[in-house]
Design a protein around this ligand. Structure first.
Ligand code: M6R
Length: 603
């Protein structure tokens, strides 16, 4: 949530900041702004809305050798130009951008800033006024003032600060929110995400929580909050520039849906050697030693945990419990004696999940993070990591990460089951089955026109809809409904098909779309078909998405059969396309739905 970029050195700062912000726009798009400086002066430009709106305001005279930029997902204060970052201190000497939430901002205002004039409602403005007060009123150096403020500020933050009197330095600090240094030749950068700097450099340096960094064009000085220097090695990020473009696709979401067969094949490559499953022994042992697996995640990643639960239990013979990260940290159930926490997170930065991981680490509970982003916070701080190998996922609506998460958990389940000589695991030819999954996805992708047409009849104007299913189809229904509501704004619920008659069926009336998923065994299929009859009798407009082996002639969308453990992967793909086409037909921005951001770094 919120993207930060900064640069200092021998580059055109305006260009670098704007290109970086365009790449970071997925993190928030309520407003944006840049501050650019050189020895002759500075410019502060902000705009409500998208980066394109900001770009339209930037004249050719806005140039400099250093600058900071921000794209905002509003927390404190509505999206407006006044609340857009960067913010400035009372005398405008200091300029600050911030990602995160300052929890004690009201207290700071009362304790230190009663005589200050604040323009907007953001917590960030209070932070820059606080630092500014220590410089402008108390006579501290900017470094001393920043350090003093960091001892007072509580909450999550990634800060980048500039001083108009020294436009050759950017001061940064972080706690719980992501921020990285990018190292260049004659310039250095800061950024929320390596992807936004990859055009400029592939050499990075991590910043850890509660570190303050002084970035100049040819030096990076990392300190703790007491001022002691910290040594840090840089690393090379293996990011492919072509992965982060849209190519010829109109939207990232469609590109990412289409990439799923390739991702399945990449996963086979990553987790096998001569057809043998290869998962780090330490991870296999961690699962073997656990008496219960606790999967903690949010949104789509949480749904992927459900989709993999039965497979994990069957193959590892270990009970699996699911927890919504935002609830878990503050309402943790009674744990088993030997728990293993498994964090599933595409971004590896989700603050809700991270707060659980921090507590797990305090309690000495071992943990595994399953993520798409090597080096992400959840990866760094967990005991173990498994990667999704899905390539950058940029559309806010998660698609290929969900299917990669289930497939990665399949490798984990299979490796542990095999190590335990579990018969079901030994019989489960995962490599072969995933290859079939890739084919099944390709078959669904070749039916895009049919799906688009079905959607036009069903969802183009409706206000609400239901997905129903039983067994693993219920879990897919949860994900399918999240996808549809997230981007098309159709109010949609995913229901266990048998549960409708216990209350929700009262919402069914003429024309309400009910999308039914049927991929499980014939008994469950027959029950779901019974539930379809019940809603159809009450006027529902039903669309069926059915495994070919269970399909009847008049079913709407047929999905090539895959192994039951992997059926959520095959079954979700038509629902991703349904969400995509419904959103297009309703004239909305598929990749950037309102009020959302890709990486949710606030609790
Ligand atoms: O990066 P994470 O997987 O931890 O993100 C969790 C959720 O915020 C995310 O899956 C969200 O639900 C998606 N935008 C849904 O498409």
């Amino acid at each position: 949530m919120c993207g930060i970029v900064g640069v200092v050195g021998n580059r055109n700062a305006t260009d670098i900041l704007m290109q970086g912000l365009e790449k970071l726009e997925y993190r928030g798009y309520d407003s944006a702004g840049i501050f650019v400086a050189n020895n002759n002066g500075s410019n502060l430009i902000k705009s409500v809305g998208r980066i394109a709106d900001l770009r339209a305001r930037i004249g050719i005279d806005v140039e400099g050798t250093a600058g900071i930029g921000h794209t905002r997902w509003a927390t404190h204060g509505k999206p407006s130009e006044i609340n857009a970052h960067p913010h400035q201190s009372e005398t405008s000497r200091l300029t600050l951008v911030h990602n995160g939430v300052i929890e004690n901002f009201a207290q700071i205002k009362d304790d230190y800033l009663s005589n200050h004039h604040l323009n907007g409602q953001t917590d960030t403005e209070i932070a820059v006024h606080l630092i500014g007060k220590f410089v402008e009123e108390d006579g501290l150096s900017v470094l001393e003032a920043f350090r003093k403020a960091l001892h007072i500020i509580e909450g999550s933050y990634a800060f980048a600060l500039m001083d108009a009197q020294d436009p050759n330095t950017i001061y940064v600090a972080k706690n719980k929110s992501p921020l990285l240094i990018g190292l260049g030749d004659g310039y250095n950068m800061i950024c929320s995400d390596a992807m936004a700097m990859i055009r400029e450099t592939n050499q990075y340096m991590e910043i850890h929580d509660k570190e303050l960094v002084i970035v100049k064009k040819d030096s990076v000085d990392i300190q703790d909050y007491e001022g002691h220097s910290v040594e840090r090695e840089s690393y090379i990020a293996e990011l492919d520039l072509s992965d982060i473009g849209k190519g010829t696709y109109p939207y990232y979401m469609l590109k990412e849906i289409d990439e799923q067969p390739t991702v399945m094949r990449k996963l086979i490559k990553a987790y096998t050697d001569d057809d043998n499953i290869v998962v780090d022994n330490a991870i296999v042992e961690a699962v073997q030693e656990a008496d219960r697996l606790y999967i903690i995640a949010a949104g789509t990643s949480y749904h992927a945990g459900f989709a993999a639960k039965n497979m994990l239990e069957a193959l590892t013979e270990t009970p699996v419990e699911l927890g919504i990260a935002s609830e878990w940290g503050y309402n943790q159930p009674l744990l088993s004696k030997k728990p293993l926490f498994i964090f599933i997170s595409q971004s590896g930065e989700t603050a809700d999940s991270r707060q659980v991981l921090v507590k797990a680490n305090e309690l000495g509970i071992p943990s595994l993070t399953i993520t798409n982003v090597p080096g992400s916070t959840l990866s760094r701080e967990a005991s173990h990591t498994m990667l999704l190998h899905a390539g950058p996922e940029i559309a806010v609506a998660s698609t290929k990460a969900y299917t990669a998460q289930i497939a990665t958990l399949a490798f984990l389940a299979k490796a542990v089951g095999q190590a335990n000589h579990n018969k079901a695991a030994e019989d489960f030819d995962l490599v072969h089955e995933l290859a079939i999954v890739a084919q099944s996805i390709e078959a669904t992708l070749s039916e895009k026109e049919l799906i688009e047409e079905k959607v036009a009849n069903l969802l183009a104007t409706t206000r609400n809809a239901f997905y129903i299913g039983r067994g693993s189809d219920y879990y897919v229904a949860m994900e399918a409904s999240l996808k549809l509501k997230e981007i098309s704004y159709i109010q949609c619920e995913g229901f266990a098909a048998g549960e409708l008659k216990h209350g929700t069926i009262s919402l069914i009336e003429d024309g309400v779309p009910v999308l039914a998923l049927i991929s499980n065994n014939p008994i469950l299929a027959a029950h779901t078909r019974g539930n379809i009859q019940e809603v159809a009798a009450r006027g529902a407009h039903v669309l069926t998405i059915v495994d070919e082996a269970l399909a009847k002639e008049d079913d709407d969308i047929k999905v090539m059969t895959v192994h039951p453990f992997l059926s959520p992967i095959a079954m979700v793909v038509p629902t991703q396309l349904i969400a995509y086409y419904a959103t297009l037909q309703r004239g909305l921005d598929v990749d950037k739905p309102r009020n959302l951001a890709k990486s949710v770094t606030v609790e």
